[in-house]
Each structure stands twice: as C-alpha cells, then as structure tokens.
Design a protein around this ligand. Sequence first.
Ligand SMILES: *Cc1c(COP(=O)(O)O)cnc(C)c1O
Length: 468
Amino acid sequence: MYRAGAAAARSCENRGVSDTWDLIGDAARRARAYLDSTRDVRVAPPPVAVDGLAEFDHRLPDGPTPGAATIEHLDRFGSPATVHTNGGRYFGFVNGGTSPVGLAAATIAGAWDQNAALPVMSPVAARLDEIASRWIVDLLGLPETATASFCAGASVANLTAIVTGRDAVLRRVGWDPAERGLAGAPQVAVVASEEIHTSVRKALRVAGIGTDAILPIPTDLFGRARADAVPVTEGPTLVLLQAGNVNTGYSDPFAEIVDGLDRERCWVHVDGAFGLWANAAPERRRFVSGVELADSWAVDGHKWLNTPYDCGVTVVAHAADLEASMAMDAAYAAAGEGRSPMNLGLQMSQAARAVPVWAILASLGRSGVAELVERCCVHAERFGLLLEAGGAEVLAPPVLNQVLVAFGDDDTTDRVVLGVQGEGTCWMGATTWKGRRAMRISVSDMSTTETDVDRSAAAVLQVWDDVG
Ligand SMILES: *Cc1c(COP(=O)(O)O)cnc(C)c1O
C-alpha cells in the first residue's frame, strides 16, 4: 500500500511539471485558434454545437484521464458552443469583449496563482491593486480621497457600497450595526430612481433593508430621475442613483439632486456599471456631470473596460467608511501591513483582479481609454442613424453606447430580434421600454469596427424585411 502510494506520488511529481507546461502551451494554441476564428463565425452557436454539449453529460469518471485529453475534449465540444462576445458584433446586454492585453495579463496572473487578500501573500498583487485603484479613481474623475476595490462585478460592488453606506448613516445616529446588527436599529430610508438596476434592488434585499423601503424618484422619457420630484425623508437615508440607464444610457442629474440633500443624513450611491466610464472620455463627460459628488460608486471592469470575467469595482469617497464595514476582525486586520484587499471588500481569498485592469490601463493610457469609450459611442450613434434611415424608430437618441430601436409594433420588434439572433451576423437582445418592446443594442466590445456596425445594421434591416 505504502509503496504503491509512494510510487504514485513520485510519478505525479515527475509528470507534474512537464505536463503542466505542455498543457499550457496546448491551451494557448487552442485559445489562439479560437480567437482567430471569432470574427468569422456566427455570433451565437448553431443548434448542432449546442447539442454537442451532450458530450459532457457523462457520469463522473471512476478514474483519471490525462489532462491533454481532457483539454482536447473541452475545446472540441466546448468552444463551438460559445457565444462570440469578443468578435466585434455581439451587442447583447452590456457585455464587453476581451482586451488582448487584459487576457494575456490574466493568463500570466493565472500562472502566478496569487491570492490577493493580503500583501504578505502576494507583494505584486497588492501593489498592482493599489496602483490600479488609484488610476481608476483618477480616470473616472472621482474625488482624490476615494478608494477603489476590486470584486466580482457591479452587482457585488452595489452590495458592498450599499452595506457601507447603510453602516455609515447608522453610525452617524449613534448605532453601530457592526456590533448591534439591524434588529432594533433606526429605520434607514431609501430614495431610489424608479429605473434603478435590478441588482441594486437585490442588494437592498441582501443588505437587510428590503425593497419595500424604496421611495421611488419618478423618471423622465429617457429614464433620468427627476430632480424636482425627489421624495423628502427624515433620518438616515440612502439615495440610489445611476450613471447609464441599462436601456438608454442616460444618467441622473446628479448635481441637481445632490444639491437638495442633507449630506449629513444622506449617503448617495451611484450605480455606474458601464456609464461611469463616460467620465473618462472628454466628449462624453457632460452626460454624467456631477457624478463625482456621490459618496460611493459601482462600476464594472468586464463591461466597457473589456477585462476578462469577472471584474467589478467598488469606489468609496473615504476609505475609512469602506474599512468600517469590510475589514476582517482585528486579528486578521493586523496581519495585513498596508492596503489589504480583504479589508476593502466581501472576499478574503481572491483573484488578483487588478492585474488585468492594470495591464489594460497601462497599455491604453488615458487617451486610449477615452478613445475606446468615444469610439463605442460613435458606433452607437451610427447604428441609430443607419436603422432610422432604414425606417426603424430610435426610442432614445443615443448619448453613450446604448441604442433602443423599435420595428413597428411589439410583435414585429420581437420577431426581428429573434430573427437577428438566429441569422448570426450579430446578436442583440430585446427589452421593454416605457411599455414598448424594443431591440437593445449595446456597443461595448473594443474590437467593434465601423464595418461591423454597417454589416450588422444591414443584417438587421434585411431580417426586418424577411419577417415583417
Ligand atoms: C450590468 C449592470 C449591473 C450589474 O453588473 P454585473 O457586473 O453584471 O454584476 C448593474 N447595474 C447596471 C446599470 C448594469 O448595466
């Protein structure tokens, strides 16, 4: 028994190193082949490829299979069943593509296997976390005092910020929720745009506040909260606004709303999952003006910055507030010299998410990020013009990267969307906007070109012709 075990251990060791290198080389070749093809194939996989996923549907194997065979299987049946979000013509939801430099950095970071929780676990992860945080605050035009921390996405960032704000406003009235919890605590009022993202509503549920607490701010035709109709509250209050409505891309009038608030009692949080990036592009800044006046922000890396999944960012105007809610207990906190990511967010162990962020920002620079944002907005405008010229109705003139289009009645619009998804040149989703069905086009992939827009708009109009 013992000998067999020792032999197995030895053979594992021997195999280990060279096998790992071979596997990585093989995976890189396969990834390269995939990326080379991603511009030329149907955006959504054909049904036959999805059927091929049955090849994964086996019992858990009783014994080992060589890694190379496993990766071969994954590529052979997995790759064809992907949605090509990084081929320039995927316009669904608000999904970004992949920055090549970000993916390359994530590949190296994967080999590093760093746990970014504490600087002592990874000096490089901690340093890049700190630098990327500073750069993001700077690029997004947020206060110099602000701190950014990396997490799984804007949903988690919204939750992190809402918990931080909840705790801060309660502490100001003499209640420490970290020790006393919420039972018996003063009521926290919530004022939120009626167009607030579903992930913010979920965050309120998870944070023990509940959605019944929401006092809605009515919105205008384009989904902007109306500054003249902000409900008045007493006591501790969270005010939840957004930069970039998921349908129209419009943002709330931050300065006007914030002006009317008692900042001592009110914590202002902005969900800017994609829209906050407008502040990094001089031509678009006016669409989010005043956004820097908030107390906290949620923004995504994996949408407009095109980081690999997953990456969101929580930004809080004062690090002390974030730490008051997110720091581990004192014993662990003491283990961290300097900035410790685990004390700035929900997770302890965590991927070094800042590595691809750092690489993308270092590579693009300030002007490159501005250009990426501006280019997507210009593509969105072009989409609107081309589809309008073809007879479609643009429901909100694009200001950022989102376009809403209707093709006559609701039924026809739905048929056009389904038809486009099946046709394969491009992919757009459907939504309901102010009671009407609409095609929602989001230009968030850095690799989209003007030709992609022209081809896609032509395909959409052709499908309309075919199904209309
Ligand atoms: C996508 C999105 C979210 C949620 O972000 P995830 O990264 O998917 O968690 C929140 N708010 C808005 C406005 C969004 O567009």
